[in-house]
Design a protein around this ligand. Structure first.
Ligand code: PLP
Length: 359
């Protein structure tokens, strides 16, 4: 068996220890004689797995007691609709900040449900964050939505915007658990699991209690935060195996020093990669220095005709899924929590060697 360094933007690399533990427990979870995949979600064994995962997540993120943690399905994309369905009426105004591809998708969906005000727009080519002082916020908006990390553009907020008494809603799909955050600054946080939480199929929602009880009558029950919170996220069959694997990832995070240690590690990885890019005239990252993502690092080659060769030679060196998003081109290295520093070191060594050969 040989493992490669996988720079996929998602579904993404998982910690090897987690995969090994899942393999160990695959046929017989803790003496039950069954796989977690085969268990009833209502049984004692799975309930203990589910409760432990929630407790670990609450501990890692220091989630205050007045927030519910929901383990849902439908991806972050489901929440692009789920959030307005739960938090607005058709008359509500909602503020959105547009920093790129994922903000745009969230905006497109919200427009079906409420009056969307674009409070700020970074504009093409979406390589920066609009200065907060210039945001045109609506005083009585139902919420302000932003995308703390644009997975495709590689643009990340290194601060949490202050929206006063208007609830702040954040799509943290590609940055959650990458460093400590103050959950109390948010009304709602949501994330697809397939980058820093676990496998695809699970969607995390952390929602402040006062935002519950507002869902529109026609909200599908499985998207209704209040109904789901009441049922412990088990109004219908949850994605049990993904929930279990997320639990293993959360335990791995705890064993490895929690989010403070993870943040330091992620900063080191990002600095090494950006340093290599900035130190060369062959590679280039287009994002403003104060908005560069720690998780997704797009870069271009001075000679774009070499893109395919770069990806092919990288693959031979055991460095895979480095092709950039089709809308941006070039390369992109996603370096989530489970990407070890050794992976980034291997990448920068390869990049320097490639430059020496081809520049
Ligand atoms: C920031 C962001 N938001 C939303 C999504 C969509 O998530 P999903 O595929 O879980 O619906 C993604 C997927 O990559 C993402 O990166």
């Amino acid at each position: 068996m040989s493992r490669v360094f996988n720079f996929s933007p998602g579904p993404a690399v998982l910690p090897v220890e987690v995969l090994e533990q899942a393999r160990e427990e695959m046929l017989d979870w803790h003496g039950t004689g069954t796989s977690v995949m085969e268990m009833s979600h209502r049984g004692k064994a799975f309930i203990s797995i589910a409760e432990q995962a929630e407790a670990d997540l609450r501990e890692l993120l220091a989630v205050p007691a007045n927030y519910k943690v929901l383990f849902l399905q439908g991806g972050a994309t489901g929440q692009f609709a789920g959030i307005p369905l739960n938090l607005t009426t058709p008359e509500s105004v909602v503020d959105y900040v547009n920093t790129g591809a994922w903000s745009k998708k969230a905006i497109g969906e919200a427009k079906h449900y409420a009056k969307v005000n674009i409070a700020a727009d970074a504009g093409e080519p979406y390589t920066s964050i609009p200065a907060v002082a210039g945001w045109k916020l609506t005083r009585d908006a139902a919420y302000v939505h932003y995308t703390p990390n644009e997975t495709i553009g590689g643009v990340e907020y290194h601060f949490v915007p202050d929206t006063g008494s208007v609830p702040l809603v954040a799509d943290m799909s590609s940055t959650i658990l990458s460093r400590p955050i103050d959950v109390s600054k948010f009304g709602l946080i949501y994330a697809g699991a397939q980058k820093n939480i676990g496998p695809a199929g699970l969607t995390l929602v952390i929602v402040r209690d006062d935002l519950l009880g507002r869902a529109r009558p026609a909200t599908p029950a499985f998207m209704d935060f209040t109904a789901m919170a009441k049922e412990g996220s088990m109004l219908n069959t949850p994605p049990t195996y993904a929930w279990y694997l997320a639990g293993l990832v959360l335990q791995w995070l705890k064993r490895n020093g929690g989010l403070k240690a993870m943040g330091e590690r992620n900063r080191t990885k990002a600095e090494l990669l950006y340093g290599t890019i900035d130190g060369s005239s062959f590679y280039r990252n287009p994002v403003s220095k104060d908005a560069r993502s720690w998780m997704n690092v797009p870069f271009t080659l001075a000679r774009p005709e070499l893109d395919k060769t770069f990806a092919a030679e990288a693959k031979q060196a055991g460095l895979v899924t480095l092709e950039g998003h089709r809308s941006v081109g070039g390369m992109r290295a996603s370096i989530y929590n489970a990407m070890p520093l050794e992976g980034v070191k291997a990448l920068v060594t390869f990049m320097r060697e490639f430059e020496r050969k081809h520049a």
